[in-house]
Design a protein around this ligand. Structure first.
Ligand SMILES: Cc1cc2nc3c(=O)[nH]c(=O)nc-3n(C[C@H](O)[C@H](O)[C@H](O)COP(=O)(O)OP(=O)(O)OC[C@H]3O[C@@H](n4cnc5c(N)ncnc54)[C@H](O)[C@@H]3O)c2cc1C
Length: 301
């Protein structure tokens, strides 16, 4: 069991600071070592105070729902931050805007928007992450991405300062955000348009049916392993390289969607990383293309 600690010289936080907390259970791939320390801030002020007062050289990593993370077997140095219920608010503003806390699951935002008669956010019903992760990854699917529906965000920066930032300042590109690496997203304001609740619920159902058929969504996976290169599909390149169903240790490239890795038999993080690296090498040999990671690999080998 992780031990509650107040490390010496650390800010007097009001949330929890847990030592040597295994992170596998917090990730979709269910692999990886422990966080040296896991900080669960009580609320935004607690988070801001921690960031303002923490030692300058202390590494900090923020995780969301862990649906795009490969945490390596050696765990993560320094402090891992997870945002909890205090960052879980959802509220309609000015009829077509929704303010959402960073810990809100994407699917919950989609459902809330539908029930509020606000269209444009249904695509989130197919993405298993949190709003914080969606903002950091520019998550999207079926032709819409976060940058298309985002108005602005609230962040806590590396010095604990609270800032409001417009979407244009975040320099979004495909599955990537150009914000400074030490910004922690705490809130987002999305802009939709008036729509019919029944139709939105049907849209969401269609998205979920499509996913059920085409992706191994009930497995231990991290979603797409590699980004799609411009005008190409990674899964096609992987298929052409003969890597569909390739296995390393307990890790396999899904037969159903061969850009998805699955932890089938107690894989280690290293099994998964080696599998992806071998697939990447095969794709380079057969097509000349260097696939770029979409999954974020973090921590010590
Ligand atoms: C079955 C499955 C299907 C998927 N389908 C899609 C899809 O269709 N489209 C798509 O885009 N993605 C998809 N993904 C990938 C994943 O769900 C998204 O990338 C998601 O946005 C990650 O959110 P998360 O909360 O899980 O973030 P995490 O995986 O925990 O973290 C991802 C990154 O976000 C950063 N981050 C998280 N929270 C914050 C915060 N508050 N402030 C700053 N940085 C933060 C982390 O540091 C990390 O760099 C899928 C994954 C799975 C498992």
């Amino acid at each position: 069991m992780p031990v509650l600690v107040k490390p010496e010289g650390f800010p007097e936080i009001r949330g929890k600071m847990l030592r040597q907390t295994p992170l596998a259970a917090y990730t979709w791939l269910r692999v990886g070592g422990a966080a040296d320390m896991l900080f669960l801030p009580k609320d935004e002020a607690d988070l801001a105070m921690f960031m303002a007062q923490k030692p300058a050289d202390l590494p900090v990593f923020v995780m969301g729902a862990g649906s795009n993370l490969l945490v390596r077997d050696g765990g993560i140095a320094g402090v891992v931050i997870r945002l909890g219920p205090a960052f879980g608010a959802l509220q309609v503003e000015d009829e077509v805007f929704i303010r959402a806390g960073a810990a809100v699951p994407d699917k919950m935002l989609a459902k809330f928007a539908a029930k509020s008669g606000i269209g444009g956010l249904s695509f989130y019903s197919g993405i298993p992450g949190s709003i914080g992760g969606a903002l950091a990854m520019n998550a999207g699917c079926y032709g819409t991405e976060t940058a298309d529906v985002l108005h602005s965000v609230i962040v806590i920066d590396g010095f604990g300062r609270r800032k409001g930032v417009g979407v244009d300042e975040l320099n979004y590109t495909y599955r990537s955000c150009g914000a400074p690496k030490d910004w922690i997203f705490v809130e987002a304001l999305f802009k939709g348009q008036k729509a019919n609740t029944e139709e939105l619920l049907q849209q969401m159902q269609k998205i979920n049916d499509k996913r059920e058929q085409s992706q191994p969504i009930r497995e231990k996976t991290g979603g797409s392993t590699f980004k799609n290169p411009p005008l190409l599909k990674s899964w096609e390149l992987i298929d052409q390289a003969g890597a569909r169903g390739r296995k390393v240790g307990g890790a396999i490239m899904s037969e159903q969607h061969c850009n998805f890795m699955i932890n089938v038999e107690n894989a280690s993080a290293d099994d998964l990383e080696q599998l992806a690296l071998s697939v990447r090498k095969s794709v380079k040999e057969t097509s000349g293309i260097d696939l770029q990671w979409e999954i974020k690999r973090v921590g010590r080998s």
